[in-house]
Design a protein around this ligand. Structure first.
Ligand code: VGL
Ligand code: ZN
Length: 198
């Protein structure tokens, strides 16, 4: 059994003071750092949008952040501008240990498609390449931590389980956005998908 720690989007914009701040998003950083040495591989993901990205409310006249829209690939929450490529908000939290990472995978760079999952864009079809990386290293077992529990952690964990990885989400080292009950729904959805939610 070869195990990877997948650290989802521990970036300034998802921490207090950031553009899409998740309550207590920064509190998980020390615990994540402490876990890294226990794994065969450490992967960090980074939400990485071009300016004017289609998931930004500012790209949709008349729409406000947290409203919904219909995209060609399905319903999409419209977010405040966040994690713009090269910005301070897109950088990892300053205290996150990045030296132990074997791979940093960026997602959401396609202007027309959002990408919550570390494995597929929100069309659920376009791969990010992470699956191939993990398989070619013989990794079968994943622990996921990070931000936000109900969006990028949720989508990543469900996709990983569907792909046949053994997946655990460590909720003590995650924090959620909780939009209209999305946190509880995501925990239920992950369990239904066969993710071990601990
Ligand atoms: C995320 C909303 C938009 C996340 C990323 O990392 O959970 N949420 N982009
Ligand atoms: Zn995003």
């Amino acid at each position: 059994m070869t195990r990877a720690l997948i650290v989802i989007d521990v970036q300034n914009d998802f921490c207090p003071g950031g553009a899409l701040a998740v309550a207590e998003g920064d509190r998980i950083v020390p615990g994540i750092n402490a876990l890294m040495a226990d794994y065969d591989a450490v992967v960090l993901t980074q939400d990485w949008h071009p300016a004017g990205h289609s998931s930004f409310a500012s790209s949709h006249p008349g729409k406000a952040p947290m409203e919904m829209t219909d995209m060609p690939y399905g319903p999409q929450v419209l977010w405040p501008d966040h994690c713009v490529q090269g910005s301070h908000g897109a950088a990892f939290h300053a205290d996150l240990a990045t030296d132990p990472a074997d791979l940093v995978i960026r997602k959401g760079y396609n202007p027309a498609i959002d990408s919550y999952s570390a494995f597929f864009e929100n069309d659920h079809t376009t791969p990010t390449g992470l699956e191939g990386y993990l398989r070619s290293r013989g990794i079968t077992t994943l622990t996921m931590v990070g931000l936000a529990t109900d969006f990028c952690v949720n989508f990543s964990a469900v996709d990983a389980a569907k792909l046949g990885f053994d997946v655990t989400v460590d909720t003590a080292l995650c924090r959620g956005i909780d939009l209209d009950g999305s946190l509880a729904a995501s925990l239920e959805g992950m369990k239904q998908a066969g993710v071990k939610v601990v």
